[in-house]
Write a protein that binds this ligand. Structure first.
Ligand code: HEM
Length: 468
């Protein structure tokens, strides 16, 4: 009996040793033999990059979806890509199989923001950073800075009064100041001007050719990046000497003894980058949509006036009352305006991932190394999901959208940890804007520009005046 089993095991071992490579090859070829998604890879090397940039990128995506369906292949900026524009596929890439798709950015962008910043990572390092960032931006933390955000909002609005302003430029200053507040607490005022000067030079080089030679934008940017890191090192050492208690993002990072100063600096610069232009673009679109929809503006204004009245009734007169976190939860109409703006404008039209190995999705092969782009904007503009999608209609959010159909802040492991702060700073600004000011748009406002987020033409020039 023993002899038979010995012979059997030796025989099977021989079979395994001899045939395993072929078996593996066979299973690999099953994956390889799957068809690629439909679509065209365009010209060798160039692919379809010209088609993408010769028109509004959203027209390019929409025409592809119409022709090939919600999953298609293309080749842009030197990379073969699979684009996906349905909620289930986006969930597959961003949530359920997120480990198979790593975030990917051009190397020059990584150098500029800092290689150790949260966006570029997966696994344990990413999980650790995410916990630290979420700790600083969850409701329990941001509710403590409502009145400080309010002071920044009031100062900003006052400085725009009676002037012709470029909405986007001014909103960038507002969102930059709020970002610094959330990172450094009230200490931010001390460093605001130096940080601003360096950050503004850094961002100018963000979309420049990555040539690091004296005189180029990229070189200036890299120099500003170094200076930013030096300022941050100074802030870190001052904090270590003072040993005071803080509850901001910097404190959260410093509380983790495993993070180096360089890692902290990369992540602070990264958060400023993630927080500023995104929120400023959405605010700019909100002013445009409210300006074009007087009944919606009226409803928002009445909701905000009711908050002021309710505070007058509950306390004994005198000075203007400060807003609280609880007040920000009593703004359903204004919140729906923000949601609808996030949907219609979809300022982050898509995000990038890269397949870490061959992946099968619905009978198609997504080859290892290919880029995968979930197209948020196409999902947000799908008439099956959002009827009459081009229409600005905040009331559609009276009913919660179906899961995975509304992703202005992304989805899954890299979803935006700053979304509570972003919504809060928009609500606070809109509270003071609608109750105390009126604005009129100047010039033609029908065009869209990409910088790189979608923006109303020329950043929406407006004139802002006090109501009474
Ligand atoms: C309306 C404004 C904002 C929008 C529309 C927005 C949108 C997004 C989206 C779509 C992502 C995910 C990207 C991806 O999956 O590739 C993201 C990630 C991120 N956002 Fe935001 N964001 C906004 C404001 C903010 C603010 C105010 C902060 C910080 C205070 C912030 C910090 C971040 C960070 C750190 C990440 C990376 C998360 C990770 O990789 O785990 N964002 N944001």
């Amino acid at each position: 009996m023993e002899l038979i089993s010995m012979i059997f095991f030796s025989f099977s071992s021989i079979i395994i040793i001899f045939f395993l490579p072929s078996l593996l090859k066979f299973f690999a070829s099953v994956g390889r033999n799957l068809p690629l998604p439909p679509g065209s890879l365009g010209w060798p090397y160039i692919g379809e990059t010209f088609q993408l940039y010769s028109q509004n990128p959203n027209v390019f995506f929409a025409s592809k979806v119409k022709r090939y369906g919600s999953i298609f292949k293309t080749h842009i900026l030197g990379c073969p890509c699979v684009m996906i524009s349905n909620p289930e596929a986006a969930k597959f890439v961003l949530v359920t199989r997120a480990h198979l798709f790593k975030p990917t950015f051009p190397a020059s962008k990584e150098r500029m923001l800092g290689k150790q910043a949260i966006f570029f990572h997966q696994g344990d390092y990413h999980t650790k950073l995410r916990k630290l960032v979420l700790r600083a931006f969850m409701p329990e933390s941001v509710k403590n800075i409502v009145s400080d955000i309010e002071s920044i909002a009031k100062d900003s609005l006052q400085s725009w009064e009676g002037r012709l302003i470029t909405t986007f430029q001014e909103m960038k200053t507002y969102t930059f100041n709020v970002a610094l507040l959330s990172i450094f607490g009230k200490d931010e005022v001390l460093y605001r001007e130096d940080l601003k000067r360096c950050y503004y030079i850094l961002e100018k080089g963000y979309n420049s050719m990555p040539i690091n030679l004296p005189g180029t934008l990229f070189h200036k940017s890299m120099k500003a990046r170094k200076e930013l890191a030096q300022i941050l090192a100074k802030i870190l050492s001052t904090r270590r000497e003072m040993k005071l208690d803080h509850t901001d993002l910097l404190a959260s990072f410093m509380g983790d003894k495993g993070l180096t100063d360089e890692q902290i600096a990369d992540n602070i610069i990264g958060v400023i980058f993630a927080a500023r232009d995104t929120t400023a673009s959405v605010l700019t679109w909100i002013l445009k949509y409210l300006g074009e929809n007087p009944t919606v503006l009226q409803a928002v204004t009445e909701e905000q006036e009711a908050i002021i009245k309710s505070k007058e009734n509950t306390s004994s007169g005198g000075d203007e009352k400060v807003l609280s976190w609880a007040d920000s939860k009593k703004m359903p109409i204004t919140s729906r305006v923000i949601q609808e703006t996030l949907r219609v404008a979809s300022i982050l039209s898509f995000t990038f991932r890269e397949a870490v190995k061959d992946v099968e999705y619905q009978g198609y092969l997504i080859p290892k190394g290919w880029k995968v782009l979930p197209l948020f904007r196409n999902i947000h503009h799908s008439p099956e999901i959002f009827p009459d999608p081009e229409k600005f209609d905040p009331s559609r959010f009276e009913v919660a959208p179906k899961p995975n159909t509304f992703m202005p802040f992304g989805n899954g492991t890299h979803a935006c940890p700053g979304n509570e702060l972003a919504k809060l700073e928009m609500l606070v600004l809109l509270h003071h804007l609608t109750t105390k000011y009126r604005w009129s748009m100047v010039g033609s406002n029908s065009g869209i520009q990409y910088a790189p987020f979608a923006l109303p033409q020329n950043g929406l020039p407006i004139i802002l005046t006090k109501k009474f």
